[in-house]
Design a protein around this ligand. Sequence first.
Ligand code: NAI
Ligand code: MG
Length: 353
Amino acid sequence: MEILILPGDGIGPEITQAARACLEAANRRFGLGLDLVEREIGLPALEKHGSTIPSDVLEHARRADGVVLAPLSTFEYPPASEGGINPSAAVRTGLDLYANVRPAWTRPGVPSLAPSMDLVVVRENTEGFYADRNMALGSGEFMPTPDLAMSVRKITREGCTRIARAAFELAMRRRRKVTAVHKANVLKVTDGLFLECVRKVATDYPQVTLDTVIVDAMAALLVRKPGAFDVIVTTNMFGDILSDEAAELAGGLGLAPSINHGDRHGVAQAIHGSAPDIAGQGIANPTALILSVGMLLEWLGARNDRNDMAAAAGAIRAAVDAVVQDDAVRTPDLGGSGTTEGYGRAVAAAIAG
Ligand code: NAI
Ligand code: MG
């Protein structure tokens, strides 16, 4: 199997190196037979090839068995017409990765704002308000006059149904509780359709409890009783925002992994951005990307009936759980005095056993 690694911008290359060391350790210990291939994207690719994600890299991602996508400085990119394509959007739409699965949980020995929580935000990933991916042609944002800006939010029955199914499937393997987050009190048509689809899918999962919560209340409830939630399913932008909130409650953005998946492709991706404020200092926390790699192995293992991959995913999680407690090794965002490289080395050594 081939895993394509895309190091990204800002802290991307630093945390990718640490995550790659962990993946190599897992590959060796469990004899996974993975080929790791690295390709450049982001600002370096823009300079050399005129695009932040050259089309052959996107093709390569489609051919690979799995992809590790590091964060990108998308806010600094020029317009798409000048090569500034958001690689996250290109990969998510190009590989039809409709589910962005973002777990957030508290850990022993790691400071967190929430006393105890263990939830997963299942975020629709290909439509909603995201103007760079919700249109077949053109942009979902436009300017009819210089003083009028508009954006279109796309919600489809198919998109809502498949994200709901992903959430209920996940809930069946967890505590069997789904919370659908919406704003159907105001967005009656779009979020009304979303809720209709979620409720329809729910009838196939009688063992799972379904609650619905309006998004602004959800922002408050996450702070008030974070331990009350299991699987949260929602549309693209609400999921983007609530997953950062959940991550911060559980210990910080540097710990928060995710997988983007559809029916055929899986892409590991930390939920945070390229953190330009700390890039190049060697202090970024690589945990989120390391755990994302673990989620990718778990997903590949389940799809391919590969127990060795499931075991490797478990070993990555266990290694992080052990090393992240050590103040001398963990990074400054967690109050530690460690470095990206040293932490990555320690986790890789723990994976190697
Ligand atoms: P950010 O997530 O990069 O940073 C927010 C804060 O969290 C900063 O203080 C940063 O230092 C800290 N932080 C994030 N990850 C960390 C880590 N691993 N270790 C330690 N501290 C960490 O969000 P921001 O600053 O809004 O965006 C920066 C750039 O990233 C922008 O260009 C934005 O467009 C892009 N971005 C890219 C994403 C992606 O490629 N998936 C996702 C979100 C933002
Ligand atoms: Mg985000």
